[in-house]
Design a binder for this molecule. Structure first.
Ligand SMILES: *Cc1c(COP(=O)(O)O)cnc(C)c1O
Length: 381
């Protein structure tokens, strides 16, 4: 095909989206449509056999005894706090650097989030800083396996044991991630997952799950998510409607066949970035910790002139994002808690310098090359 030279020159060489949900959906569309047809035929719109089959597969994949599909990851955080009996006057320790929904685990039960700084290498909650945040009101710790890398669980488990605290895992970004060879989701007392579309395991709508090895906590979650019912119209505990929908269960069940492969594909993208972006003075790459199998929900780099880099990438067709620009302790909604700027320097520096590069399992070699070429171009490297 003939093209004018000036037209060729002005056409962006390539556009790499930050995330390509359509490519992912297209790869399983026919299977999902056939499965949705079954849901329509048996009218199992809420919970039902697809959700039950998914819960079983998801629990097995995480080596955990119980899994309950719920409406969202945020509702899962609420449920986890309720299950651990966290309430008014109690404190829940939460990393300063995480998506805010981890902190809602405290506020939704009228407890207080107590923020702790993160480590400069793992970006996860700093176990060494947790003990200083413990007070007589501390009830539990909510760890987040942020960006897909598990937090350092052994020292945190030891702290929980020593002080008699509960341990919640926020696994919204860490499906199938491992700590010392053990899957997340069954390491603490109770864990919350999100299946928001952009997560490593995403529904075609909202979704979440609770996992636990504790039968009593599991039974509570099972009742609370479904109006507090032990069986129909027998309401043993207070409840809510936090049920997962049948159509979402069907998508998630199909995705369970592919999630391991998609996780490996994410890890390959990360390995490619690691190999081709190292050695740039003003660019800090993520640090894979020796105890962790990172599942790269996000590939977060740091650079001092972050906004300039973001603009350059956008102008050159490379999607990018900020995770997260304002740490929780500096959010307006928590102003009354009295945190000060400078209090959590690692989280604050990360907020100022972080930039997330395109990361999704369907990325092609050409897309990865374009990202690397553009980043190197920005640094003149
Ligand atoms: C996405 C996310 C949540 C909330 O999940 P939703 O399903 O969107 O409600 C909670 N915690 C973390 C760390 C998240 O990334």
């Amino acid at each position: 095909m003939h093209q004018r030279q000036d037209f060729v020159r002005k056409t962006p060489s390539m556009n790499v989206p930050f995330l390509d949900l359509k490519a992912n959906a297209n790869s399983i569309k026919d299977e999902v449509m056939a499965s949705w047809q079954e849901v329509l035929e048996n009218t199992a719109y809420v919970l039902g056999p697809k959700v039950a089959a998914f819960e079983k597969a998801f629990a097995e994949a995480h080596d955990v005894k119980h899994c309950y599909g719920v409406s969202t990851g945020t509702d899962g955080n609420h449920l986890a706090s309720l299950a651990l009996n966290i309430g008014p006057g109690d404190e829940l320790i939460v990393p300063a650097n995480t998506f805010i929904a981890t902190a809602w685990g405290a506020t939704l039960v009228n407890a207080t989030p107590v923020f702790v700084d993160c480590e400069p290498d793992s970006y996860n909650i700093d176990p060494a800083a947790i003990e200083a945040a413990i007070t007589p009101r501390t009830k539990a710790i909510a760890v987040v396996h942020l960006y897909g890398q598990p937090a350092d669980m052994d020292p945190i488990l030891a702290i929980c044991k020593k002080h008699g605290l509960g341990l919640i895992e926020d696994c919204a970004q860490s499906h199938l991630a491992e700590y010392k060879g053990k899957k997340v989701g069954g390491i603490g007392d109770i864990a919350s997952f999100s299946f928001y579309p952009g997560k490593n395991l995403g529904a075609w709508g909202e979704g979440g799950a609770i996992t636990t090895n504790n039968e009593d906590l599991g039974r509570f979650v099972d009742m609370f998510r479904n109006q507090g019912q032990e069986k129909k119209y027998y309401h043993k505990v207070y409840g809510h409607n936090y049920r997962l929908e049948g159509l979402m269960g069907a998508v998630l069940l199909i995705k369970m066949k592919y999630i391991a492969g998609w996780t490996e594909a994410r890890r390959k993208v990360a390995a490619y970035y690691d190999a081709h972006l190292s050695g740039i003075a003003e660019l800090t790459l993520p640090t894979p910790m020796p105890y962790a199998k990172h599942v790269y929900h996000l590939y977060v780099v740091q650079t001092p002139k972050r906004d300039a880099m973001s603009t350059y990438l956008t102008e050159h067709g490379v999607g990018n994002g900020l995770h997260y620009p304002i740490p929780n302790h500096l959010q307006e909604c928590f102003a009354h808690l009295g945190y000060k700027k400078g209090q959590f320097p690692v989280s604050e520096q990360l907020g100022a310098n972080c930039l997330s590069l395109p990361m999704f399992p369907e990325m092609t070699e050409a897309q990865m090359e374009h990202v690397v070429k553009t980043v190197r171009g920005h640094f003149g490297a």
